[in-house]
Ligand binder design. Structure first.
Ligand code: GDD
Ligand code: MN
Length: 243
């Protein structure tokens, strides 16, 4: 195991809704990635009252890895992804925050790359990108690919945010920067990821990018439906009109 570097600590926010089958594996991969790279960390699980018993699984993991590594911050019901991050952030003790999906679409092996990229130029934000270099998407059908590409393309044209993946949600933020961004963000649904990058640019924060592969989930199903697509479009138009 490598030695700890300085006093930096990384708080990983893992929002979960029906991720019972995925949680043990993602946590194991996270712990391994941090132990191998020698960075201090905590994993904050924000479960929204999953009916499949995700929270009970998380409690088992808390026992295995310890309360300082697995921090449970559940909410009583499904209140959405955007507010889940905000809720988790309030309990984070690290000076850096990593947000990612809990369904194994985002592989923890990329985290050391996020950290080195951040340190390279002291970036305020490091964003995982599926649309540059060796990045990519695996397992999505054509419809889902078109929605993602379309959302990115429209946003690029309308808002010119200067980052290649706007709807992705595998990112590292300086904690103070994330707090600032959350304060200035109006949207709370899936469009939240896009607004965060747009606001970051607007407020003059620096953004680094790391190519990542996004692999569609094996267990469980996506919570992104037609409603999310419509609210994304609304959010995008709102930002276009106001920024
Ligand atoms: N706590 C909580 N509450 N967690 C939630 C909720 C909620 O209401 N909705 C979803 N999640 C969790 C899931 O359990 C998973 O860990 C993560 O948030 C992403 O949800 P998915 O349902 O798997 O999203 P996706 O795969 O369709 O969408 C991914 O790609 C989109 C487009 O690139 C995500 O990365 C999105 O954030 C991204 O915008
Ligand atoms: Mn997913």
């Amino acid at each position: 195991m490598a030695s700890k570097k300085g006093s930096d600590k990384y708080s990983v926010l893992l929002p979960t809704y029906n991720e019972r089958d995925n949680l043990p594996l993602i946590v194991w991969l996270l712990v391994r990635a941090f132990q191998e790279s020698g960075h201090d960390f905590e994993i904050i699980v924000i479960d929204d009252g999953s009916p499949d018993g995700t929270l009970e699984v998380a409690q088992q993991l808390e026992k295995i890895y310890g309360k300082d590594k697995i921090v449970l911050r559940p909410r009583a019901k499904k209140l959405g992804l955007g507010t889940a991050y905000i809720h988790g952030m309030k309990h984070a003790t690290g000076n850096y925050i990593i947000i990612m999906d809990a369904d194994l679409s985002h592989h923890p092996k990329f985290i050391p790359e996020f950290i080195s990229k951040q340190q390279e130029k002291n970036y305020d934000v490091v964003s995982g990108t599926r649309y540059r270099g060796s990045g990519g998407v695996y397992g999505w059908d054509l419809k889902r690919k078109l929605i993602s590409r379309g959302a990115n393309y429209l946003t690029q044209v309308l808002l010119r945010p200067g980052a290649s993946d706007l709807t992705g949600s595998f990112r590292l933020y300086k904690k103070a920067v994330l707090e600032k961004l959350v304060e200035s963000c109006v949207s709370k649904g899936y469009v939240f990821q896009m607004e965060m990058i747009v606001r970051a640019r607007q407020l003059g924060f620096t953004i680094g990018e790391v190519p990542i592969t996004f692999v569609d989930r094996v267990y469980g199903e996506s919570k992104l439906g037609g409603n999310e697509v419509i609210s994304f479009a609304k959010g995008l138009l709102y930002l276009f009109a106001t920024t």
